[in-house]
Ligand binder design. Structure first.
Ligand SMILES: *Cc1c(COP(=O)(O)O)cnc(C)c1O
Length: 398
């Protein structure tokens, strides 16, 4: 009874004091270890969401915690007006993982990283003789919640009149061919996700993406790849664009980059566009987040090099294939890349109802557009945790 009352009180306060922009589940998690979470009632959950692709190295990661503690004792923040060694080291690490040369701007989130990319592209376009400013995106994309990134998001239900007017110069195409046909003399950039996350875990076709990349290069139009969800080893490679065989002009990162601390990044192959005063952020890339992120990248790079990431991807996908095979009445297909996977639900089945069933049985999963159950486990999830999670899912779906 005591527990119930406590939760009730905070639920009530939450509803009273925090603006209601989220449909919340009122479970109270107390702590976690890798892909396992414990609620206030000591109930154990297997986390196949990693906080929407954020906690890439698992909950309660000791190494990251130690780095955060050590850094916090020294300096957390001194503004971007002074040299920050952690930021330089992180930029160097990202460069070595990308494998080609990029200049980096550090932001605090995915939407902010995309805003930075949009500003960079717009400045580039304004320097060309046509004063180009138009940016084309794809249907079912998701690029963020700021006014510009809502408009960049290729889903009209996001473009609510409540927030109008929106900035001009954004349009979206149904598919890559339509995107190419929308290009005109005012187009400066095309922005895509290689696997659309929120839109339903839809991977783009490799050949089509390569065709687009070539087409844009010929026309001197920038290709921006939003890897906020697909990036930082989620696909099995540091960048999903490596799997697609492309080198975008601009790549954005966030979610998994900090393992839980808020950080975003704009990676630009064009280093000569932004000049002093063009962009900035108070918090962006401070000592705390950069030292944490550097540790996250060290852990994940080791994990990849040891072959463990590949093993995890194979094992998790084998389990998903089995689930799909066993429940054809629930799911029609599986799609995704690496540890970013979706099970498309049959028309008469609701992904959010399945998510609730999974939750009741001690597994956290996500949903995504087009009635899809979405899986984004920590990349460091153990075989034992995977087994436990799938056993519970089977129980939930019976
Ligand atoms: C989550 C996400 C964003 C927005 O990131 P925020 O950190 O919530 O601002 C942008 N693009 C993609 C592809 C995402 O998955």
């Amino acid at each position: 009874m005591g527990f119930k009352k406590g939760i009730y009180m905070y639920e009530k306060l939450d509803k009273e004091l925090v603006l209601s922009t989220y449909k919340r589940n009122y479970v109270e998690f107390m702590y976690g270890k890798n892909a396992t979470l414990f609620s206030k009632e000591s109930k154990e959950f297997i986390d196949f969401t990693s906080g929407v692709g954020v906690v890439s190295v698992g909950h309660g990661n000791e190494k990251v915690a130690q780095v955060i503690y050590n850094q916090a004792k020294k300096i957390t923040h001194i503004s971007n007006l002074f040299l920050n060694k952690s930021q330089v080291l992180l930029a160097q690490k990202i460069n070595s993982l990308v494998g080609y040369n990029v200049g980096i701007f550090f932001a605090n989130s995915g939407a902010e990283a995309n805003e930075g990319a949009i500003k960079l592209a717009r400045k580039y376009g304004n320097q060309t003789k046509n004063k180009r400013y138009k940016i084309i995106t794809l249907e079912n994309s998701f690029h963020g919640r700021t006014i510009a990134t809502i408009k960049a998001t290729g889903q009209t239900n996001f473009h609510k009149n409540d927030f109008a007017p929106y900035p001009k110069g954004f349009s979206f195409g149904k598919n890559i061919d339509e995107v190419m046909s929308l290009v005109d003399e005012k187009t400066v950039a095309v922005m895509i996700e290689l696997v659309q996350g929120e839109g339903g875990v839809n991977p783009l076709e490799r050949k089509k993406v390569q065709k687009l990349s070539k087409f844009l290069k010929q026309k001197d139009i920038l290709l921006i790849v939003d890897e906020v969800q697909t990036g930082v080893f989620r696909s099995g490679e540091f960048l999903a664009s490596k799997l697609y065989g492309i080198k975008p002009d601009i790549t954005t990162l966030a979610k998994g980059l900090g393992g839980g601390v808020p950080i975003g990044a704009v990676l630009s192959r064009r280093k000569d566009i932004f000049s002093i005063g063009d962009h900035g952020s108070t918090f962006g890339g401070n000592f705390l987040v950069c030292s944490a992120s550097l540790e996250v990248l060290k852990i994940l790079n080791k994990y990849k090099k040891s072959g463990n990431l590949e093993k995890n991807i194979k094992y998790f996908n084998k389990k998903l294939d089995k689930l799909l095979e066993k429940y054809p009445n629930l799911f029609s297909k599986k799609q995704g890349l690496g540890l970013m996977q979706g099970l498309r639900c049959q028309d008469n089945v609701s992904a959010s109802k399945l998510m609730q069933k999974a939750f009741k049985n001690g597994v956290l999963v996500l949903t995504a557009g087009q009635n899809t159950m979405r899986f984004l486990p920590p990349l460091t999830i153990t075989k034992k945790e995977i087994d436990k999670g799938f056993k519970r899912l089977e129980k939930a779906f019976q």
